[in-house]
Design a protein around this ligand. Sequence first.
Ligand code: DNO
Ligand code: MN
Length: 363
Amino acid sequence: MRMTFRWFGAGNDTISLAQIKQIPGVEGIVWSLHDMPAGEEWPMDRIIALRDEVLAAGFHIDVVESVNVHEDIKLGLPSRDRYIENYKRTIEKLAQVGVKVICYNFMPVFDWLRTELHKEMADGSTALFYEKSRIDNLDPMELVRQINANSELTMPGWEPERLAHLTSLFEAYRGVTEEHLWDNVKYFLDEIIPVAARCGIKMAIHPDDPPWPIFGLPRIMTGQASFRRFLALHDSPYNGITLCSGSLGANPDNDIIAMIHEFADRIPFAHIRNVNVYENGDFIETSHRTQDGTVDIAGIVQAYHDTGFTGYARPDHGRHLWGEVCRPGYGLYDRALGIMYLWGLWDAAVRTASLASGKEAAQ
Ligand code: DNO
Ligand code: MN
């Protein structure tokens, strides 16, 4: 397990590379050019500047999260070819600076969606929260109307740029079914996987978060069956997944340990975090500790150990602790605690296995 930490860039993150350096065992920074609009080719000078900054701080830059996919690609519009060409050029440029894994997602319109960014927990910390009935009963167009009338009102992830296009995006997705999305993701893979393979870059799709359709928009990367179907579209080590335990764990039917065993050789990147799912389907992002949520983080780390996982891992969203002011879900403290928990589990698994094999050898 090669530990990494997501960083949003100087001036765009409250955390410094020097602070990350003090977290034990972090070798790499998971990075992106966060201000690049989806669909545009990344400029080489900016890639190089970021590489130099991260390398100078003593980290590798092997993992990029994310190179975002333009909506026209997900919609299957004729204009997609232009954006796919740009995507290929970006893959080639990232390969030139030594990138090994690109994380991306195929979620229409929204990336992760929550109803509250700072839900207070019993211990006074705050965390990202999803109130299922609120989303289920929400007419998104009605919300857009309300937001336009009252700019104070918004939803996490509904950035002003996105909001401006929301009405037309919802229009564009009318009639787009899950099967259309499957066709469109296949078209995308047919184009990019050969380029990624030639460049030695593993593409790693992130599951949908939450892993079910929202606002009538289709979502397809939701669980074990969909990953199986996805991986079969291109049976290549360069077509892989970012196994995110928190996103998948929002649906308690998802057996993440079984997925790690089934897809072991196709997981170049692991996001490891916990969520607590309530009876009514609401969920909150808790500490990484198994006992604090409904995802068996201890079992997951054991499964990675047992399948000989040598890929990259990172803690995912954390709580906001000790008054830290930070990007929602991306503070320093809880993710650092998360890493130490993951290392504790990992080191114990390694030790237990080596003691067991020592005993075997002695027999
Ligand atoms: C949620 C996060 C995501 C992720 C993107 C990847 O679990 O890891 O926001 O960064 O979806 O494209
Ligand atoms: Mn994730």
